[in-house]
Design a protein around this ligand. Sequence first.
Ligand code: UD2
Ligand code: MN
Length: 581
Amino acid sequence: TTRGRPNQDVKEVNKKVAEIQVKVTDKNQLNADKEPLKPAVNHLAVGNSSANAVVRKSSVHTVLSLDVTNSPRDPKAVGQFGQAARVSNHENLEVEKRWNEGHFNVYLSDKIPLDRAIPDTRPQKCSQSLVHDDLPSTSVIFCFVDEVWSTLLRSVHSVLNRSPPHLLKEIILVDDFSTKDYLKKKLDDYMSQFPKVRIIRLKERQGLIRARLAGAAEAKGDVLTFLDSHVECNVGWLEPLLERIYLDRKKVPCPVIEVISDRDMSYMLVDNFQRGIFRWPLVFGWSPVPEDYIKKNNMKVTDPIKCPVMAGGLFSIEKKYFYELGSYDSGLDVWGGENMEISFKIWMCGGEIEIIPCSRVGHIFRGQNPYKFPKDRQKTVERNLARVAEVWLDEYKDLFYGHGYTHLLNKKVIDIGNLTEQIELRKRLKCQSFKWYLDNVYPDMNAPLVKADGLVYNRGLRKCLALQQDSLSFETCDLSKQSQHFNYTWMRNIRHRELCIAPHVQSNSLALQPCDNAKSELRWLHKSTVSNLFFHKMLVVLQVFSRMCLEGQLEGPAVRLRSCDAKNLFQKWQFTHYYAQ
Ligand code: UD2
Ligand code: MN
């Protein structure tokens, strides 16, 4: 699966491009993606932005003048003021031809000024908010592999033009072994006019995680600010980020990530009160802060938003603190999962991630990664996620594996590499448990540790399964008896303490085995569809040996394996509680 939109339809693109003026963007259209990578777009903001950036806290209130970007040299240029840009019909072919260079409208991007103005989308109060005069300086780090020329340059110009010079120590461009010629001498030449820009070239492809680490290692600023290489920083974007770190060095502020349309390059304002979250199996997403939370805390649109998981690409972190936290797990490859890793690490080890509404940066969300993965994309991402799950999720890692990743438990299928260092780090930093994280940082996350539990009632026998002296029997149901308590786990095990029900195929009987998540023969399929209290449709199907079912019996062994028969009540089972299907 790709994160973002499915393949772009170029004809569609042109239709959209043709509508130059702005309208309310259909939210559903953006939420149509399976995985909502993009934050919800509110409406396309057009018009002049305020010339005021941020008022600095000092004896005299210094207003930073960013006129450069607000009164552009060429107000009539394509895409100026962040407006949707139009291409004429005869250019469609060109648009289509160049789409795959970046998986967005590269042709159009090349026509838009590198220093175009964009609307100041900050909530109104932001331009009057105060920041301290002696904020820490930052190194801005862009990692890229084969980035499109015009978007890379527009990213750099937006930082140069919209950051107070005394706060911008340098811009570090980390070239992750790009293959494109224009990213070599031509880029060196172009950047040589900006003393603050440095280029680091990696000798082999490292992936964005190790590329960021290479940039961080060279950085001279007090703060590291990571950005993707296809962004546009908005007016006053930097000061509010640095202000948060100034107030507390363990805060990790992220700008609001706005949407630059991959089709018409328009700059879109996103909804207020959105935060980054994850869903199982560790899939990043956006979700609104719960209404009652906003009310209870009397939150204003300008207030920092507690963010359980960062999107990954855009954030500032104090450099020393970054290293105290052990930076990133350098065993993560290419792309993916590092945002989960750093988010869990920050929260569980004493820090905080915040989204800062007064800081806004546009980003081109693309339907596909425009670069190659050295190994299989899916395998790379799932390996990264398994590393994160093993180190940070404690007993909750079952939920990760149970949501479609049980194959990762088979060590023969995948080698997730050595984790000793990461586990040591977590101990050394005395980090909180994942349960603490769920309870305190992301309480609205649904994370039941098992799929079902309680008594296991057999509809035919009208009795409950019990485990006494290592053997199964039926007893009159009694919730107070521990012997009748079973769990149906995310690994689909039927579990009683450390023992799991296992099939013994030759004899069609059942055995009990020590539970082992990696053993696929211990997995049973079990579905319950509620019709009413007594008619739960239960079927326990043995997955590995084509549709054999658990059947309860009065005589002989309590349970045996029989071919499945949905009408046979002795094959219908019901747990007391269900938490997930
Ligand atoms: C999001 C993040 C991205 C990263 C990723 C998960 C935002 C806006 N973006 O995906 O920063 O956290 O989730 O890993 O939050 N790159 C390299 N070498 C590589 C691959 C990528 O340098 O091998 C660069 C790439 O050119 C880009 C940056 O890393 O500048 C992020 O990659 P992306 O834009 O493809 O990621 P994105 O936005 O889909
Ligand atoms: Mn990106």
